[in-house]
Design a protein around this ligand. Structure first.
Ligand code: ATP
Ligand code: MG
Length: 344
């Protein structure tokens, strides 16, 4: 394992700035002295856009590619027209760096409020395909602006793209104690894509005999995520279904303040990017009210991705302990970050 980490840091907009500072504080605290951490900060987001009209240039991509990983706060601001930063930065980076595995763990940690009755066991990971499905911009409009306007938005599913994400999900299930993988799709109605996903899933399953497999339609999955979330260990699903069920998963397992994610390029050809699920939250930006926990848990994912398993576990344990001890106390972003840095 390399004993140095070269990290690109993109604080971004709004509370992104505040939470990333805490993520770095915890990262610095948890790394042993012999691991050299180098960081380079980038100013992507609303400021860069207003200053230069740029979102993410080819030269930026070349710079970012040289790093081991990327830590992102949040990109997005009401002053920028909707979609500009989403497509010009977030989607552009995802496709350029082939972040085809979108990883979103959901764990209900002690002391965290859930809208579900009781305190159910929730500990699962959603592996969402990140580069295909209906999110490729494949489609179009005819007779635009007329009463007969027609819009198509084609869901793209390739054997290559489905197989690599399914394989990644099986490997993740294999590495977990329960070793269970659930395919979520809608193969009874979306028959063409559903057939491909189901076939690939069953074929790859033969290589992972220890993994128990299951299939659930996406509509039923939304019910189980609320009524019986304990049945899930690892879920693999397409880009659109994954987008929707991971927000539901975040809502049942403690909300936006603790939801972490990774945009992963498993081959390591490009750096993977780790970020809290929440956005830039302009309503609370600059007030020290943002909860940095989701960013700190994203740092744990980053550490595990780079092979620092012990350090990742220490960060997760620090978060669990801190949440368990929180009570009703209202602490600032900085105070929570410092408490976590002390605990690791
Ligand atoms: P985006 O379009 O960038 O995803 P959004 O409008 O979906 O943004 P968020 O920025 O995620 O929304 O914020 C949604 C709500 O959650 C806001 O009221 C915000 O204040 C709150 N929120 C988001 N992140 C945090 C956080 N880390 N700590 C506390 N509250 C948060
Ligand atoms: Mg949002």
């Amino acid at each position: 394992m390399s004993r140095s980490i070269d990290l690109a840091v993109i604080p971004g907009d709004g509370i992104g700035q505040e939470v990333v500072a805490q993520g770095l504080k915890v990262l610095n605290a948890v790394l042993p002295e012999d691991v050299k951490l180098e960081t380079k900060e980038y100013d992507f987001g609303a400021r860069r856009y207003h200053a230069s009209g740029e979102t993410l240039t080819d030269a930026d991509l070349a710079d970012l590619k040289a790093h081991d990983a990327i830590l992102l706060g949040a990109i997005g601001d009401p002053s920028v027209p909707s979609g500009v930063l989403e497509r010009g930065f977030l989607l552009k980076l995802r496709f350029a760096f082939d972040h085809h595995v979108n990883l979103r763990p959901s764990r209900l940690l002690p002391g965290v409020a859930t809208p579900l009755a009781g305190q159910p066991e929730i500990d699962f990971v959603v592996v969402r395909e990140g580069t295909e499905g209906p999110y490729t911009g494949n489609g179009g409009t005819i007779r635009k602006g007329t009463p007969h306007e027609v819009a198509t938005e084609v869901s793209v599913n390739t054997a290559f793209g489905v197989e690599r994400v399914v394989r990644d999900a099986f490997a993740r299930a294999q590495a977990r104690p329960r070793k269970k993988l659930t395919l979520v799709h809608k193969n009874n109605v979306l028959a063409f894509a559903g057939h491909l996903w189901t076939n690939v899933f069953n074929k790859v399953a033969e290589e992972f005999p220890e993994v128990t497999t299951d299939y659930i339609h996406v509509d039923a999955a939304t019910i189980y995520l609320v009524t019986d979330p304990g049945r899930f260990d690892v879920i693999v699903t397409d880009n659109l279904f994954g987008d929707i069920i991971t927000d539901l998963a975040a809502a049942v397992s403690g909300g936006i303040g603790v939801a972490a994610s990774g945009n992963i390029n498993p081959s390591r050809e490009f750096p993977s990017m780790f970020e809290p699920v929440h956005g830039s939250a302009p309503d609370i930006a600059g007030q020290g009210k943002a909860d940095p926990t989701a960013t700190v848990l994203s740092v744990a994912l980053l550490l595990r991705h780079l092979g620092y398993d012990d350090e990742a576990s220490r960060v997760e344990e620090a978060v669990s302990a801190d949440l368990g001890a929180r009570g009703d106390s209202t602490r600032t972003t900085d105070e929570i970050g410092t408490a976590l840095a002390v605990r690791v």
